[in-house]
Write a protein that binds this ligand. Structure first.
Ligand code: SF4
Length: 377
């Protein structure tokens, strides 16, 4: 059990595209943090072995005061053996970055910052409904470097309406010129029940076509490769030594414990997910009522999860790790993807070619297996 994930379900503003679990009201902040501490204590016995990574995600964990972050870290250190070189990540928004906060986070043992930059353009940030502005986006990077953080990453979004290749190039240039050692780049997707989905339905926003988004993904890969950042997961690029250890474990199917509303956990055979509702999560924990659902994964589900997450990574999927024979069950589809040069078998692993990375989820879905169908000759 190397990873602990803490979901802090509060944000200053609701970004138009976001479907994560969060509330813009912090009225229940104290009760929420208390409930999360209680969950952590109650589930301590689920953690086997030393903890290698702790990840504060959300929501916006940088809204927490340093003392609140410290309380979680202290609790983790008292309940578990936290490795001396553990990676401790804090997702932070640029408007929460100040020299004082950075110094406090460093003192607490935060080793990695994940910055929700999204864009360096003012009009884009406003369109997304972000709480920060373009000046804060740039300044936060400068302050992080000055505070002595060597491991940090920024999030950027491409595939925006009417985004040109020149605009995307400009965004990447700004990030690289500022010494970015790691980038998470996400293509804008329209998630149901978001403000963006409403705007698209009302024709207030025209989403770009697949060709434009695909061209931006190609440009992203070219620029990162030229800058020496390794494309180690479909949306993630890092200089050697700067890959996210927490997320890499997750993509490799290593167990982790998720604390807080909506947080997911995985123990190697069972998946569990907490209520995605702040008030109900708090009330259930206080009343000692269940606040989660869970399911034991079947061999097909375990195989399909490995395919879905593993094919997105540079390491691919070890064929002998798959419990069911995905290549035999889906011989025709596998051969087609191989003939197109999108899917490769290398050293006993299934990996995607550069061209295949455009279709990672589609290829994984084509290889999905079912439990009730025995391997066919
Ligand atoms: S700050 Fe992050 S979690 Fe909060 S609404 Fe925006 S994208 Fe979603």
């Amino acid at each position: 059990m190397p990873g602990i994930y803490l979901h802090i379900p509060f944000c200053r503003k609701a970004c138009t595209y976001c479907d994560f679990h969060f509330s813009t009201s912090q009225k229940q902040r104290e009760a929420m943090l208390g409930a999360m501490h209680r969950e952590l204590s109650q589930r301590a016995t689920e953690v086997q072995g030393s903890v290698d990574t702790i990840y504060f995600g959300g929501g916006t964990p940088s809204l927490l005061a340093p003392a609140e972050i410290s309380a979680f870290l202290e609790q983790c250190r008292s309940l578990f053996h936290v490795a001396a070189n553990a990676e401790v990540t804090l997702e932070s928004n640029p408007d929460d970055i100040s020299p004082e906060r950075l110094a406090a986070w460093k003192e607490l043992g935060i080793t990695r910052l994940s910055l929700g930059t999204q864009s360096f353009r003012e009009e884009r940030l406003q369109w997304m409904g972000r709480a920060h502005n373009a000046e804060q986006a740039l300044r936060s990077i400068d302050l992080i470097a000055k505070a002595g953080f060597t491991s940090w990453t920024i999030d950027l979004i491409y595939g925006l309406p009417e985004m040109s290749l020149a605009e995307w190039d400009e965004q990447l240039t700004i990030a690289l010129d500022n010494g970015m050692p790691h980038l998470s780049a996400y293509c804008l997707t329209v998630e149901p029940r978001t403000a963006l989905a409403h705007q698209v339905v009302k024709r207030m926003v025209n989403m770009p076509g697949d060709d434009a988004q695909s061209a931006q993904f190609d440009r992203l890969m070219e620029r990162m490769e030229a800058a020496g950042l390794v494309h180690y997961e479909i949306s993630n690029f890092g200089l050697p030594g700067h890959f996210s250890r927490h997320n890499t474990s997750y993509w490799q199917g290593v167990p982790y414990l998720g604390i807080g509303p909506s947080a997911h956990s995985f123990n190697g055979s069972e998946r569990r997910w907490n209520l995605a509702h702040n008030a109900r999560y708090i009330a259930s924990i206080s009343a000692d009522q269940p606040y989660w659902e869970h399911e034991k994964l079947t061999p097909a589900q375990r195989t399909n999860e490995l395919l879905l997450t593993g094919l997105r990574t540079i390491a691919g999927v070890r064929i002998d790790q798959l419990e069911l024979d995905a290549l035999t069950q889906n011989r025709k589809a596998a051969e087609q993807h191989m003939q197109r040069g999108h899917l490769l078998v290398t050293d006993g692993r299934l990996v995607l070619s550069k061209a295949g990375r455009h279709f990672a989820d589609h290829i994984a879905a084509d290889l999905f297996v079912t439990d009730d169908r025995r391997d066919q000759p």
